[in-house]
Design a protein around this ligand. Sequence first.
Ligand code: ACM
Ligand code: ZN
Length: 556
Amino acid sequence: MKKLCFAIAIMAICVNVGWCQKHQKSSGIIPAPLEFKTYNYGFKLDKNTKIIVNVNSPEYKVAEYLHDVLDTLFKGMKPILAKQDNPKYNVANSIIFILSSDKKLGKEGYVLDTKRDKILIEANENAGFFYAVQSLLQYFNITPYGQHISFSRDTIYEPSSLIALSMIRDACKIVDYPRFAYRGKHLDVCRHFFIVDEVKTYIDLLAYNKINYFHWHLTDDQGWRIEIKKYPLLNQIAACREQTMIGHYRDYANESEMKFDGKKYCAYYTQEEVKELVKYAAERYITIIPEIEMPGHSSAVLSAYPQYSCRKSGVKAACTWGVFDDVLCCNDSTFAFIEDILSEVSELFDGKYIHIGGDECPKVRWKECPVCQKTKQDNGLKDEHELQSYFIRTIEKFLNSKGKSIIGWDEILEGGVTQTATIMSWRGNEGGIAAAKAGNDAIMTPENYLYFNWYQADPKTEPLAFGGLTPLEKVYNYNPLPDALSTDEQKHIIGLQANTWSEYIADFSLLMYMDYPRTLALAEIGWTDKKNLNYDKFLESWENFKPFYKKLQQGK
Ligand code: ACM
Ligand code: ZN
């Protein structure tokens, strides 16, 4: 009898509170939130929904952003209402921003609670408010990208127009914060270039899924893509290659058989454009990490400034893909040149990290070069791996003096690394494991799981790609915390990142095809608590967004 009374009492509470029955429902939000429940009543958004925020608070900016998005959708939203000292919690049909002091939410966490006629958004910092807004937009299936705005499946439209009248969804409560502090996405703009507007859309999409670092691969053998005022030949010469190879590198038995398109390919971002993009990203709580490759992948820079190569001449920006023998000569004049470049780069980017590459640096030129050999001897270095390490340490010291920290690909572990470098583990997990065991921070980006220039399905049915196979489910099942690490060592794995190299990606729609939905899987395994990872539910949520991404993939 006691048990029966207890059950009846619980049921009564459930009916009152209104959410027991729907407790298990999937949110449809990517990345899936930590806690999510729905109530048994709906919440309606329409043009009379009011946004209420303290006008003098930092989060006012986020409220404005939300207002802009909703105004685009509803045309003629109510203006933002100021919440001064006396919070107007009783305004009906409103979205209210409330500063929280809940430590567990951290910098990026938030609570979003939908009452009968209002939505309360709580966070400690702007990033948290911003992510609450992204979750809200996703929940209503609104994708906020300029002309790419797409509307909810639950939208009621004004007859014969695209102006939304209202959207109704089940009221819900979300409590959410990320699993990893670093959630990164990389883009190579050297092999193929993407214009400022495309990079902006790219950044919008990352922000929509709570990715917080954009790794911008700006220099490589096939082109130097950032303006450096002190060295104008970088933009007059190094930003160009004579032509581009056709088809797949592996289709040709040797270089002499290769086919080329005969079209000169030149492009770079001006410093003004870089500043604009850094600001644009910061407004979306994304830090841009510029990558300036050294000492390898340097054909383009050496085509403009051959005095910094071991042989002093004969290098051209590459027209094919691969790894090239001519690299930066390891001596003080090269360091001075690179440090000048990095001084300008450091000024342009607001984050603490500068990526200095360090991967795939053949040592053949160094072995033959008297200058490099002298550097090796003068500094008591055992071999060319230690010479590479000496190169990286010299540059790291310089960047530290500018208040920056370096990230390098896992090759920088060879020959010894300082305690302060962060390692990007790309040749599997091993580099990340070695780094974490040595006490260095590491970011996991193993090619066999997180390279999105690899095929995502049977190559016979896919556009030409680099090779390999990283289908969606494989990405989703990647575990960034290897068992080989103790719990303490795992703390050095600060997060994960996926990379998209653009050898075979010549335009933005193909980039969208290669990156989506795999980037959504990346976002989820970077943010969502392990206990909530569920591939089937992820696929269900993806269905909500598929039409939007399909349009982008068709160049619409
Ligand atoms: C790399 O893919 N070479 C870092
Ligand atoms: Zn040399």
